[in-house]
Ligand binder design. Structure first.
Ligand code: ADP
Length: 416
C-alpha cells in the first residue's frame, strides 16, 4: 500500500509526538530519522520524517524540508503536513513560514492552514492569540527561550514577517459552527490562514474541513483525528491490524541522560526494584567507560545506567568540564553503552532524554522506527533494525511519563 499521509517535523521529539498521536488510532506509522537515502518499497500509510531544522538557517531548513517532501512524494503521499512546536517556536526569519511557503510552491498549493493548538497540553488559540495554559504565549516561560524567545502571542503578527503571502484568521466563532462553515470561510480566505482552536472538538472540525488539503501545518494534535477520518473516507483499509508490535526476544536496558524533575523521580523509583549504575561526568572524564561496561556484563536483571542528577550536581560538573563537554561526554557514553549492550544481547532499550535519544539512535544506526503501543502519552514503544538485529526502543523526552515509567515500559515487553 502506498503512503497516504506524510509529515515533515522540525525536530526529533516533535516527530515522535506526532507519530505517537497518529498511531493511537491503530494505524501503521513509520518515523524516519532524517530523509532516507533510498526510496521505500514498503511505506506505512502514515510516514513522519524527523528533521532538525527548527533553528537552522532558513535556506538550509527549506532545502531539507524539500528533500523530505521529495522522498514522501516518491512513497506515494498525497496529503502533507508540516509539523512544528505547539508554542510556534520560530524567529521573524523563520522557519515556520519559509518552509510552509516552499512546500506550498512545490506542491502547487494555493492555501495552507496553521494550527499549533494542543488543548490536552494547555496550548489553545483564540482570536489568533496563542495561550500556554492560562497565560498568553509572550507571558509564558517561552518568552525566555534561549533560541526562539516568543515575545508576541499573536500568530498573525508572528507569521506575517516570515511569509510573502497574505495572512488571515478564521476565528473560533466560525470553527465552532462546524466543518462546513469552516470550509466555506477557507474557500474565500487568504493564502495563509491561522485557525483558532481551544478544545479537541475544534481540532476534529479543522481536520474534517482540511483533511484533503495538499498541505496542512500545525502542532501534532490537529493531525490526530486524520486516521479515523481517512478510514471513514475509505482511504485507509487497515482495521488497525497492521500495527501488531512484537518485541524481539532478548535482554533490556534503561539509559537515562535526562535531568528533568520527572526523570529524577523515575530513576529513584526504578532504583527500588532494579540494579543501577550512576555515571558521573567528572569520573568518566578521567576513568573512561570500562567500569560501567564491566558492571553491565555482570547484571542478570534489567539494568539502569543513568547520568540523571540534581541541578547542583549538574552545575558542579559543568563548572569543572564546561557545559558542552559535560553534556557531550554523557551523550557519547550512553551511546557507546547502547552499542556495547546490543553486543551483549540487549534488544529492548528505554532511553530518557531528547538529546540523549538522538545520540543513542544515531549510535545504534537506527533510521526507521515503526510506532507501537503507547507507554505514556507521547512515548510509544517502537520497532527498528539496528546492526542487523530487530530491536525495540522507547524514547522518552524529559518530563514525560509517570514515576513508574521505566518499570511500566519494561513490563509491557515482559522484561523486568
Ligand atoms: P531532556 O529531554 O530532559 O531535556 P536531554 O537528553 O535532551 O534531556 O538533555 C539532557 C542533557 O544533559 C544531555 O546533553 C545530557 O548529556 C546532559 N547531562 C545529563 N546528565 C548530566 C550530568 N550529570 N552533568 C552534566 N550534564 C548532564
Amino acid at each position: 500500500m502506498a503512503a497516504l499521509f506524510g509529515a515533515i517535523a522540525d525536530d526529533f521529539t516533535g516527530a515522535t509526538d506526532l507519530a505517537g498521536l497518529l498511531a493511537r488510532s491503530g494505524a501503521r506509522v513509520s518515523l524516519r530519522i532524517g530523509v532516507p537515502k533510498e526510496p521505500e518499497s514498503d511505506p506505512a500509510p502514515f510516514e513522519v520524517i524527523a528533521l532538525k531544522i527548527r533553528t537552522e538557517p532558513v535556506s538550509q531548513a527549506v532545502e531539507q524540508a524539500l528533500a523530505a517532501l521529495d522522498w514522501l512524494q516518491g512513497a506515494g503521499v498525497t496529503r502533507f503536513f508540516w509539523k512544528y512546536c505547539s508554542t510556534f517556536d520560530s524567529t521573524p526569519d523563520g522557519n515556520i513560514g519559509p518552509v510552509a511557503e516552499a512546500l506550498m510552491h512545490k506542491l502547487g498549493a494555493k492555501q495552507t492552514t496553521y494550527c499549533p493548538a494542543f488543548p490536552e497540553n494547555g496550548r489553545s488559540i483564540f482570536m489568533g492569540n496563542l495561550f500556554v495554559g492560562q497565560q498568553l504565549l509572550a507571558e509564558s516561560p517561552m518568552k525566555d527561550h534561549p533560541l526562539t524567545p516568543m515575545r508576541d502571542s499573536n500568530l498573525m503578527r508572528l507569521l506575517q514577517p516570515q511569509v510573502t503571502g497574505e495572512v488571515g484568521l478564521v476565528d473560533r466563532l466560525t470553527v465552532a459552527n462546524g466543518a462546513t462553515a469552516l470550509r466555506k470561510a477557507l474557500d474565500t480566505g487568504p493564502r495563509h490562514v491561522i485557525l483558532d482552536a481551544v478544545a479537541n472538538s475544534d481540532l476534529t472540525t479543522i481536520a474534517k474541513a482540511c483533511r484533503d488539503e495538499l498541505l496542512m501545518t500545525g502542532g501534532s494534535a490537529v493531525a490526530m483525528p486524520l486516521p479515523d477520518l481517512y478510514r471513514k473516507d475509505g482511504l485507509l483499509n487497515d482495521d488497525g491490524a497492521e500495527t501488531s508490535f512484537n518485541p524481539p526476544a532478548g535482554k533490556g536496558i534503561i539509559l537515562s541522560g535526562s535531568c528533568s524533575a520527572m526523570t529524577q523521580a523515575q530513576v529513584k523509583a526504578y532504583q527500588k526494584i532494579g540494579p543501577s549504575f550512576r555515571l558521573n561526568p567528572i569520573e568518566l572524564n578521567s576513568g573512561g567507560i570500562e567500569p560501567v561496561l564491566e558492571w553491565l556484563g555482570a547484571q542478570t536483571t534489567t539494568p539502569l545506567v543513568y547520568a540523571t542528577a540534581a541541578p547542583d550536581q549538574v552545575r558542579a560538573a559543568q563548572e569543572q568540564l564546561g557545559t558542552e563537554k559535560a553534556g557531550a561526554l554523557i551523550e557519547d557514553t550512553l551511546a557507546q553503552i547502547a552499542v556495547a549492550a546490543r553486543g551483549m544481547g540487549v534488544r529492548r532499550f528505554v532511553v530518557a532524554g531528547g538529546e540523549t535519544s538522538g545520540a543513542v539512535t544515531k549510535a545504534l544506526a537506527v533510521s526507521r522506527l515503526d510506532i507501537g503501543p503507547e507507554i505514556a502519552p507521547g512515548v510509544p514503544w517502537c520497532s527498528a533494525q539496528s546492526g542487523g538485529e530487530k530491536v525495540a526502543l522507547a524514547l522518552k523526552s524529559g518530563n514525560f511519563g509517570n514515576e513508574d515509567f521505566f518499570q511500566t515500559a519494561m513490563q509491557m515487553v515482559d522484561v523486568t
